[in-house]
Design a protein around this ligand. Sequence first.
Ligand SMILES: Cc1ncc(COP(=O)(O)O)c(C=O)c1O
Length: 402
Amino acid sequence: MPPAPADLVARYGSPLYVYDLAVVRARARALAGCISYQPFQPLYAIKANPCPAVVRAIVAEGYGIDAVSPGEVALALRCGVAADRILFTENNMTDAEQAQALAQGVLVNCGSLDRLERLAKAGARTASVRFNPDVGAGAHEKICTAGPMTKFGVHYSQVDQVAAIERATGIQVIGCHMHIGSGILDAGVYARAMAVILQVAARLPNLRFIDFGGGIGIPYRAEQQPMDLSALGAKASELMAAFAASYGRPLELRLEPGRFLVAEAGTLLTTVTSVKTNPDTAAAKGRTYVGCDTGFNHLVRVAMYEAFHRIDNLTRPDAPAAEVDVVGNICESGDVFARARSLPAPQLGDLLALRDAGAYGTAMASTYNTRPLPAEVVIDGDQVRLARRRQTVDELLEAWEW
Ligand SMILES: Cc1ncc(COP(=O)(O)O)c(C=O)c1O
């Protein structure tokens, strides 16, 4: 029996992030199982949740790693991932970061022509290139990573310039990559972008893999339908099989999901620290604010992307429903987890669960308001392990020069 959330909080404190590895493994298998094309190599976009226990669980399912910074590369290496199973999708990297990646033996996935040229100049024999297929998608404009208004990738129409750099420098572009956005639930938009990327790929003679990126969403809201994985897998497999036949040799297919693997595995547990109801004036309408001991510093998705997280009152699930605003402890009016949410009326000391918080939760957390990061624990069957201890105020203060 996995431990009860209240017991976890009694032991590790509140607020607390909890990740269930059984869910992570189930998602990793579901995704890998939807692709019939071979060879297929899934990567985990480690940015979604870099907790080492989570990373190791996914790697044990046969995944490689997509990293986007030297820190993420270091974390993957320290998790025991071999350098040749890590793709470094750079984004305005420095020359020093490039030198480090080359020394580590990690393949760089270039997001610009000038980076590809500098990689060649530095002696890299191989590279991957991220293309912008001009088809973008995502649950919010801030997580749409392709199309005319994004900084990412080489525009697909510039593929001949990529091929020209290959010819001029001798560097081989072995990977053709896209990542069009995050939180996508419609397989159709992928199919359109994949078709563009395959047209691009046809103009590159040295490819070993095609990477269709990540971006698979999850149904945060009850009324949302999950991504039709079998439709996505069938389309990707069919397109790749046709492409490989025309290309003349088999190419590896890659996908690099983040959110899909970890979002539903994570919960942010928080304790109610204040409940107040404003007067029933025309403006305030008797709003009830339920204040918690966490805030957007620990889960920024609602404030940043207007995201939705289900919230459960774990202490009194059967209490009569009340319409409340669930808010955090950060000094910003935007520190709101839910507006006018119907919940079993929370009372002081109740334990709330913010669901589906396993992706881009602590990964994007900050210490704003000089508030330490929460502890993180991992559940594996009936075992619980502390994955990251709660930060202390002293640790925050020690970083300053006094
Ligand atoms: C290059 C790259 N690949 C993969 C991902 C993973 O996206 P998601 O978590 O939506 O699957 C991201 C996320 O932004 C990314 O930037």
